[in-house]
Design a protein around this ligand. Sequence first.
Ligand code: COA
Length: 321
Amino acid sequence: MTESICRVAGQGAYLPERVLTNAEISTFVDTSDEWIRARTGISERRIADESQTTSDLGYQAAKAALADAGLDANDIDLIVVATTTADLVFPSTAALIQDRLGLRQGAAFDVQAVCSGFIYALAVADGLLKGGVFNRALVIGAETMSRILDWEDRSTCVLFGDGAGAWVLERSQEGNSGLLGYDLRCEGRYTPLLKTTGGVSATKTSGFLTMEGPAVFKHAVKKISNSMERLLEREAIDIADIDWFVPHQANQRILEGVADKLKISRDKVVSTVARHGNTSAASVPLAFHQAVADGRIQRGHLCLLEALGGGLTWGSALVRF
Ligand code: COA
């Protein structure tokens, strides 16, 4: 029997309408557009309306991905949502999106790996599809990070934004396009560097995001580069053969630092951090969508994805689109 591969049948994204600029943030915390742009590359980010939840954003992205794939919700039998900002403690955001899509079949659950969530979720869905348990999956990264920010803390509130991205994966017996491999890591001992101050079991609240920025920065460049090198070696792929590098969008300096370390030419780097900020699990599919929409990423292109987030968790994935 030919080995199966999971191809990306479609992709889509959704951004809330409200744009929050650096200039506007500087009216309520002691910061400036110059500082934020120079230290992070961020100019603006989107913020969900009070009436919108993570599942609303994820649902819109899912619909866009289904339309792109030319499929109906009933063609899907697995939904995996990567999120840190679930609507409710339970049921999962995936279950809420499944209901909104009118689906009554298959399975749906959330994956919690913070900013690395989309890479983790791809790997989980890929395994279940290849194992023959399901046929087609929606993998969604969706976040309302604005809900867990301390809007008086200038060191964190300037960094994050809201949004969602989604991919439709489908098991295929033909061709060599699709998800090729992963490298996934976690070292929980770094929890103090990036976490929330609360949680339902610990404090009965969600708490606020806190981060030791410079320490996370140092881990990010090193760990992400190592992960990508391991993955490329395992898959026997030369870095020169990568068409597009689609990194997690945390900081322009991090993604350029990683690209430079691996000698990836800057014109192969997809960067949306200026317009989106860090949208956590949504950032990779949002950036991917942008580059497909503007014609850079095309069918057949080899793409290297990566992310690092709370845990610390980190990882990378290779996909031939
Ligand atoms: N506006 C103005 N000044 C600010 C500021 C802001 N929004 N935030 C912090 N500062 C100040 C600090 O108070 C500090 O002042 P001090 O020197 O008087 O103490 C100074 O700027 C430098 O702060 P520092 O934290 O050292 O800056 P930095 O160059 O490391 O940049 C980050 C901060 C957060 C942008 C950067 O560390 C970073 O991007 N970290 C990693 C983020 C990341 O990868 N996250 C991934 C998680 S998903």
